[in-house]
Write a protein that binds this ligand. Structure first.
Ligand code: FES
Length: 152
């Protein structure tokens, strides 16, 4: 093998071996590091003696506008603020028609199901079929920075 050919192979090999390292160094940890920094460290979501469990933080709610927590399936919890009163609302986000997840439309002050068009008022009452049953409302309260919901 000629010296020039050998050096080309060594150069390509060296470049190839550093390429994945260079790519990894340029990545932002796949978003994991930044996400971990914004999450509440080790929030205990177990059910307390009083029946409440922490399902989010005020910070998270203020940042996102809505929290959907599916740990309590088949009673997934959606937490948001009533746009008129600023009161916390926690509701079962599973549509009572066939179980799709309703979406909060804060401007229209309604919860709309994307599957078949059912609509609910922010207090869970059906305002547009095909759903005929209201969404369950859960008791919710703030304790320090935590959002506590009693999913019963
Ligand atoms: Fe919601 Fe059908 S599942 S309208």
């Amino acid at each position: 093998m000629e010296r020039r050919t050998f050096l080309n192979w060594v150069g390509v090999g060296t470049l190839a071996s550093f390429f994945p390292v260079a790519i990894a160094a340029c990545q932002s940890d796949g978003g994991n590091a930044s996400r971990a920094e914004t999450e509440t460290p080790e929030m205990d979501s177990s059910i307390r003696e009083d029946g409440f469990q922490a399902l989010g933080t005020i910070e998270e709610l203020d940042e996102k506008g809505v929290i959907v927590d599916k740990r309590n399936a088949p009673k997934p919890v959606m937490i948001f603020r009533d746009p008129d009163t600023n009161e916390l609302v926690a509701i079962n986000s599973m549509c009572t028609h066939q179980g799709c997840t309703v979406q909060l439309n804060a401007e229209a002050k309604e919860l709309a199901c994307p599957c078949h068009g059912s609509k609910f008022a922010l207090d869970g009452k059906v305002v547009n079929p095909p759903a005929t049953e209201n969404l369950d409302i859960f008791e919710v309260k703030q304790e320090d920075n935590l959002l506590l919901v009693k999913v019963g």
